[in-house]
Design a protein around this ligand. Structure first.
Ligand SMILES: NC(=O)c1ccc[n+]([C@@H]2O[C@H](COP(=O)([O-])OP(=O)(O)OC[C@H]3O[C@@H](n4cnc5c(N)ncnc54)[C@H](OP(=O)(O)O)[C@@H]3O)[C@@H](O)[C@H]2O)c1
Length: 407
């Protein structure tokens, strides 16, 4: 009989229960791969279990409680007691990463968290290990399955946001309180983690501005189809102007973009660097068994050997004003000269137009255009000016567009 590895489990909800099942069903394979047979040495839930006693009789701790408290205290205590930790907790890492990584380094134990970003897709391992010394220029993608499901359904069926959200809740793709997902906050936490790993610099959740999908209108998606665009909620972390920009926003992509066909609750992350061109990874971003599988992968990695704990090598500034291309939706009076007035405002701000779709609707018209990349502050100033034109029937609506061509 091989020496067992005793796993202390904190939390036995959706992911924790699936993890217990996987540990049981994959025990032989784990023993064959690592020489140690896993056993669950204790379980802590709100209902029962004693953390101190579980820590005492465990070789490693798996944290699947979620939230920052008491998860932070438990993880810190475990690391300081010299026990490696696996967690799926993006909030914990996005808010307290610096403290946790320091505690792990000090104790000389591993802290692994593959499941915290993009579920079962091995994006953390790839960025930290395969691309650990690659000069990554950009990490971006679809890191929230709930919003991707909602946007895909809105585009396919033409239904409104509220109706599709209700369907997503019925199907289990959205929680009863979906605000963390639909506001972009969940994706922001994941992007803070990815940016930290990709650029070796401290990034915390409060440094990541985010916009959600609540204001997206079905007609934006309908017009976008005519312009060959599809809508995604994107997290983007990139090197810009000597610093980095990390943000979450709804964004149109042209049909040739590798992320454009990623529909439903799936996630996909792209990594770009001169040495690797670009790599795209996609798969399920959530789900009990999928997430538990990523957690188990981390446990096996810990049993298989040492790996360095993340350490910030640089302190890069966060750049606030970056350039983007935009889709612009205007409801205007259907009169001669309106398009010229709008083009004049855009021209004065040195914003050039890539494409335009115009439709007459009674006395009014819809003007939908895509403008080439410009500084976001300049675009905001143009929007303000256009919003004041007497011909405008409603506040202008805009959504970012990624113009990059992929072949
Ligand atoms: N669900 C997914 O698809 C998914 C995907 C990626 C990452 N994650 C992450 O995985 C983690 C777990 O998610 P989940 O969906 O499994 O959550 P969940 O179903 O809500 O389960 C949470 C578990 O933690 C326990 N717990 C909560 N607060 C506690 C406390 N103060 N003390 C002790 N136990 C406590 C709960 O106990 P009771 O049973 O007594 O309530 C429950 O067993 C989270 O960090 C989440 O962000 C989840």
């Amino acid at each position: 009989m091989s020496e067992p590895v005793r796993i202390g489990l904190l939390g036995r909800g959706t992911v924790g229960s699936a993890f217990v099942d996987l540990v049981e069903s994959r025990a032989d394979a784990i023993e064959a791969a690592t020489g140690r047979r896993p056993e669950i040495s204790g379980v802590l839930t709100r209902e029962g279990g004693d953390f101190g006693a579980i820590l005492e009789r465990s070789d490693l701790i798996v944290e699947l409680i979620g939230g920052t408290d008491p998860a932070r205290t438990y993880v810190l205590d475990a690391l300081r007691a010299g026990k490696p930790v696996v967690t799926a907790n993006k909030q914990l890492l996005a808010q307290h990463g610096e403290e946790l990584f320091a505690a792990a380094r000090e104790a000389g134990v591993q802290l692994r968290f593959e499941a915290a970003v993009a579920g079962v897709i091995p994006v953390v391992r790839t960025i930290q290990e395969s691309f650990g010394v690659t000069e990554i220029t950009k990490v971006f993608g679809i890191v929230n399955g709930t919003t991707n499901f909602i946007l895909s359904q809105m585009a396919e069926t033409g239904a409104g946001y509220g109706e599709v959200l209700a369907r997503a809740q019925e199907l289990g793709y959205a929680e009863a309180d979906p605000s963390d997902d639909v506001s972009g906050a969940d994706a922001a936490a994941k992007m803070a983690i990815l940016a930290r790993l990709a650029f070796h610099t401290p990034v915390t959740l409060d440094q990541v501005p985010f916009e959600g999908i609540e204001a997206i209108q079905p007609d934006d998606l309908a017009y976008a189809k005519e312009l060959d665009l599809s809508l995604k909620l994107l997290g983007v972390a990139e090197r810009r102007d000597g610093g980095i920009s990390v943000r979450v926003f709804p964004c149109f992509l042209y049909s040739g973009h590798p992320l454009a066909p990623v529909g439903g609750p799936f996630n996909a992350v792209m990594v770009e660097a001169p040495a690797i061109t670009e790599v795209t990874m996609s798969g399920p971003g959530a789900g009990g068994v999928e997430t538990a599988s990523a957690v188990l992968g981390d446990v096996v990695s810990i049993l298989s050997g040492e790996a360095p704990v993340h350490e910030a090598r640089e302190r890069l500034p966060l750049v606030a004003d970056v350039s983007s291309s935009f889709y612009l939706h205007l409801e205007v009076a259907d009169r001669p000269g309106v398009l010229a007035r709008i083009a004049q405002v855009l021209g004065e701000k040195e914003i050039s137009v890539k494409s335009v779709v115009q439709r007459g609707i009674g006395d009014d018209a819809r003007l939908v255009m895509v403008v080439h990349e410009c500084l976001e502050s300049r675009f905001a100033a143009a929007m303000e000016e256009i919003g004041r034109l007497a011909e405008l029937r409603a506040a202008p609506r805009s959504i970012r567009v990624i113009e990059e061509e992929f072949v």
